[in-house]
Design a protein around this ligand. Structure first.
Ligand SMILES: [Zn+2]
Length: 610
């Protein structure tokens, strides 16, 4: 099945990219843009920066020690998109593979001398994921052979011993290769890598072993900690190992860590990772808006993890977090033209960034950049967008489940349905049956959608209501099912309430105390100020119902606020508590967070002082 995650057991099963076709709409448009623009953009930059030339033996070698992995992420994107550029790039990569399967353009000649920072197994992980993607979409070819040779080399070299890689990802890659080929040693190798971690398997470093989750065995951890991408990739691999080995205790451990992390270490946008210094989570409730790091890759890793937990358990909360993260992080990470990217995703930017023409040497999140010294995020976006249909819907013995309400056509068995909606701008969703068949149709009602309703409109009453009209019933958050059998023309109508809502932070999040944010549907909103618009540093918003208005198909919001008077004291601390900003009343325009930074350098804030 053409899908990034195909577990052999679980409450829900993936449907595969062939069974879910995205139509024009919020995600369909972005997936098309990714295929047409972003993939070529990434390849051009990897060629320009010499990272592809490394595989041709061009010297001096260029790029960071893990730059090979960027070419592999791009190959994975090409594989899911069935992109015509794949065979030639795979040919280039294959040139650098050594006779025993070893493949790394940085460490050839000094193999496995730096497990902490060398990223050799990390690079294999991405190579294997690309190979699995190619195998599932296309079948065996040069790329899949290169990936299998590398995996076999890893199993021979590391099946015995105590070492693992400073950067996880090979765990989930090996499990997926096992799922795709049935070769059990790949699963066993992944299981051993998971079990070794925290014994410890790596040297201590100034950031501490928690940086790479080697401070304690994964079963004993209470929460995700350390480098956010590493922690979430590892957790994804642990879920895969737990599912394939039937290890309930291990699965429960990750579920508990996910729960505590979501409760205490996650930003409103779904972003994870507060600290810039070591790209790490930070402590419980350490969620500063201006110093939020929120690497785009960490959000992608979070989506990967939530999807795995959803498949294993069928619990709607995993799809809820995935939705929040998709709309407010993945969609934010790439510009509307598909050619520039955010690495860090803060929730407040105080000073407009200076535009850059070339490579951005810093991950700061003030303006999207065409490329970075470390360009994990653009390539990660490319492969995630290319496989996005895999996240939309699943199947089970009960029928199909639609987790993400976006224009699409979904096929399972004899049943084929079309999802028609303007979501996330409107809350009306129609699921039309194109080809009838047995089985239920289940829709996810997001956690924020209280007072949603659902109606089943049989084919015999197209358009005009029945004498009494179709039966409309409440659809509480979670999953709501309508049972078949279905005939062509049958329809389900889901209505989600889309009124904007104010959201307040837990009082323990010190950095957010005294402020509030506005959400509408799955979207987080922010105030953005470009050029000569009023600055956003000093304002007080009024918690009154925001006013909606549509601009070019996008719902923007307005809230009332007072601006600061600009008075300057010599010392910013006083014996009396500060009041509201004393300046003029203004109407503050809020835009969806994912759209900010598309009008040029700007200041921005999600959390508004109230
Ligand atoms: Zn990244």
């Amino acid at each position: 099945m053409a899908d990034p995650v195909v577990p052999s057991s679980g409450v829900l099963s993936p449907l595969g990219l062939d069974a879910v076709r995205l139509s024009p709409g919020f995600w369909g448009d972005r997936v098309a843009l990714n295929r047409e623009v972003t993939i070529a953009h990434c390849q051009e930059w990897e060629e320009r920066e010499g990272w592809i030339g490394n595989f041709r033996g061009e010297r001096p070698r260029r790029g960071r020690e893990f730059s090979d992995s960027e070419i592999y992420k791009l190959l994975e994107a090409m594989a899911w998109a069935d992109h015509p550029g794949l065979p030639a790039l795979a040919e280039t990569v294959a040139q650098a593979q050594e006779g025993d399967g070893y493949l790394n353009t940085r460490w050839s000649g000094s193999r496995y001398t730096d497990f902490e920072w060398g990223h050799e197994l990390y690079c294999y992980g991405h190579l294997i994921q690309a190979g699995v993607a190619r195998l599932r979409v296309h079948g065996e070819d040069l790329l899949t052979q290169v990936a299998v040779r590398a995996a076999d080399h890893v199993c021979r070299r590391f099946m015995e011993g105590t070492r693992t890689c400073g950067h996880p990802v090979i765990e989930m890659a090996l499990v997926e290769l096992y799922r795709a080929t049935g070769t059990e040693r790949y699963l066993e190798m992944a299981r051993r890598f998971v079990d070794r971690r925290g014994l410890p398997a790596l040297a201590d470093i100034p950031f501490g072993r928690a940086y790479y989750q080697d401070d304690l065995p994964v079963r004993q951890a209470q929460v995700f900690r350390g480098h956010a991408v590493r922690a979430l990739y590892l957790a994804s691999g642990v879920v895969d190992v737990a599912v394939e080995t039937g290890d309930e205790e291990l699965l429960k451990a990750v579920e508990a860590q996910w729960e505590r992390t979501v409760a205490r270490r996650t930003h409103l946008t779904g972003g994870m990772g507060s600290r810039h210094a070591d790209e790490s989570f930070g402590e419980d409730h350490e969620l500063p808006p201006d110093r939020a790091y929120n690497e785009t890759c960490a959000s992608i890793a979070s989506i990967m993890l939530s999807h795995r937990l959803l498949l294993a358990t069928g619990d709607a909360r995993y799809a809820d977090l995935a939705e929040r993260t998709l709309y407010n992080m993945l969609a934010t990470g790439v510009a509307l033209d598909g050619r520039s990217f955010f690495y860090a995703n803060p929730l407040q930017v105080r000073v407009p960034a200076v535009p850059l023409e070339g490579v951005n040497h810093a991950p700061e999140g003030g303006l999207r950049s065409p490329w970075f010294d470390v360009s994990c995020c653009p390539n990660n976006i490319a492969r995630t967008m290319a496989s996005l249909p895999a996240y939309v819907a699943t199947s089970s013995d009960d029928g199909i489940q639609i987790h993400h309400l976006t224009p699409s056509e979904i096929r399972h068995g004899r049943l084929a349905v079309r999802v028609e909606t303007g979501y996330p701008w409107t809350g009306s969703v129609r699921v039309r049956v194109l080809e009838g068949g047995p089985g239920g149709i289940t829709l996810r009602v997001p956690a924020w959608a209280s007072d949603a309703t659902i109606a089943h409109v049989p084919a015999s009453s197209p358009g005009a209501p029945l004498p009494d009209g179709p039966v409309v019933r409440p659809a509480p958050p979670g999953y709501v099912s309508v049972e078949g059998p279905w005939r062509a023309g049958d329809e389900i109508r889901l209505e989600l309430p889309m009124a904007p809502r104010w959201t307040f932070p837990d009082r323990r999040i010190d950095a957010l105390r005294g402020s509030a944010a506005v959400e509408r549907g799955p979207l987080v909103y922010c105030a953005e100020s470009v050029a000569d618009e009023p600055p956003l540093g000093d304002l007080t918003a009024r918690v009154e119902p925001p006013v909606e208005h549509e601009v070019d198909g996008v719902v923007e919001l307005e809230v009332a606020a007072a601006l600061g008077s600009g008075g300057e004291g010599g010392w910013p601390y006083t014996p009396v508590a500060g009041g509201r900003a004393g300046g003029p009343d203004v109407t503050l325009r809020l835009v969806p967070y994912h759209r900010w930074g598309n009008r040029g350098p700007a200041t921005m804030r999600v959390w508004l002082p109230i």
